[in-house]
Design a protein around this ligand. Structure first.
Ligand SMILES: CC(C)(COP(=O)(O)OP(=O)(O)OC[C@H]1O[C@@H](n2cnc3c(N)ncnc32)[C@H](O)[C@@H]1OP(=O)(O)O)[C@@H](O)C(=O)NCCC(=O)NCCS
Length: 255
């Protein structure tokens, strides 16, 4: 993969090995107290995907032993970092998960990257009014498919807020999403402007019920899946963690 290209890898919960042979000691210690919760299931899936993304990018084996040497940790602000053999890798990564699917994006050659996976789901008028700028609200109201536009824009905001490393600590109306082109290419360009005059170029794609966005500090080529075809292309949203929590009477256990 050439510098300036965002690589990405997707996987669903059903692909994650049940055993912990690929889990590094730090991850095992961190998650030892939170088994069988939604957070544990999502975080384990996301790390399985992130470790494989790093392995595929660096040309490392995807064996359990090799994956165990790849450590995914979080900086104090929450942003993910990859370490191999105690050294931070030169590439930056971003992680996201939704409905039992996870994506990791990786960018070599400097700068930050963000990615966000969302479902094409209804967004209430109150949600749109609270979290989108006036311009975005007008565009959503005028769209032929409001649901797609609202979710692409929301996802792109989250990607940009990951590039900025603030996440939702920052007011989502301080970043504004612009879709640059609406032709039929798989990945379509967009950019996100912030209230300090900076612009973050990115891309969006739809796979069935999912939309995925990526953003970076500077221009990048359209993202390249590290596995072809990308498993997300055939993905169905799941809620396996919820099913596993069901009690015989149909109620869910306390989270
Ligand atoms: C970052 C955020 C927008 C993502 O929200 P989300 O849509 O619910 O979740 P996603 O699955 O798309 O993304 C989660 C991943 O974003 C990444 N992330 C978290 N904080 C981040 C930040 N400040 N910058 C960049 N990426 C961040 C992490 O890798 C996280 O997954 P992990 O916790 O398993 O490592 C949201 O979690 C947020 O705003 N958090 C506020 C910052 C925060 O409280 N961080 C927690 C640790 S201090």
């Amino acid at each position: 993969m050439s510098p300036g290209t965002i690589g990405w890898l997707s996987a669903g919960l059903s692909e994650v090995p049940n055993d912990d042979s690929w889990v590094d000691p730090g991850m095992a210690a961190r998650f030892s107290g939170i088994r069988f919760t939604k957070r544990f299931t999502e975080a384990r899936l996301a790390r399985w995907v992130a470790k494989r993304t790093v392995a595929a990018t660096l040309g490392l084996a995807e064996t359990p032993e090799s994956l165990r040497r790849i450590v995914i940790r979080n900086a104090p602000d929450g942003a993910p970092e990859a370490i191999v053999g105690e050294e931070p890798i030169s590439a930056v990564i971003a992680m996201t998960d939704r409905a039992d699917w996870s994506v990791c994006a990786i960018l070599d050659g400097g700068g930050r990257v963000g990615c966000d996976l969302e479902l094409v789901e209804p967004r209430s008028a109150a949600f749109v009014a609270d979290y989108f700028t006036a311009t975005e609200q007008r565009r959503i109201a005028a769209a032929t498919d409001t649901r797609i536009l609202a979710n692409v824009m929301w996802s792109a905001k989250e990607s940009a807020l990951k590039v900025l490393r603030t996440g939702l600590r920052r007011d989502t109306r301080t970043v504004e999403v612009h879709l640059d082109d609406d032709d039929a290419a798989d990945w379509r360009p967009l950019h996100i402007g912030d209230d300090e005059g900076r612009s973050y170029p990115g891309w969006w794609v739809r796979f069935g019920e999912f939309v995925l966005t990526v953003a970076a500090e500077g221009p990048t080529m359209a993202p390249v899946s590290l596995v072809e075809p990308p498993p997300l292309a055939e993905a169905t949203p799941g809620h396996a963690w919820m099913d596993s929590m069901k009690l015989p009477n149909g109620a869910n256990q306390e989270m």
